[in-house]
Design a protein. Structure first.
Length: 88
């Protein structure tokens, strides 16, 4: 099992990103740059909103914003952590 596969659920934003980038300090810097964590290491409102989502929901949200389609138009692949349009 991939290290990131352990952190697929809601409330695991920081742990999942830490597993993806290799260390917690880098993950925190990324979240701060995105405006999802403040300078004290607390999740902002935007970070809290992302944190309640699962990895699947975040991937679908990213894809739907990028592709400008309804989230229902996407399917999720947990191995790649990507959402693609159904039928493609």
């Amino acid at each position: 099992m991939s290290e990131t596969q352990k952190f697929m659920g809601s409330g695991q934003l920081v742990d999942r990103l830490t597993a993806q980038v290799g260390n917690r300090e880098t993950a925190i810097k990324i979240l701060q740059h995105r405006g999802q964590m403040d300078a004290h290491g607390n999740l902002t409102a935007a970070g809290q909103a992302r944190n309640v989502m699962t990895a699947e929901e975040r991937a679908i949200d990213r894809a739907s914003k990028r592709e400008k389609h309804s989230p229902k138009a996407f399917k999720y692949n947990p191995k790649t952590n990507r959402a693609t349009l159904k039928g493609k």
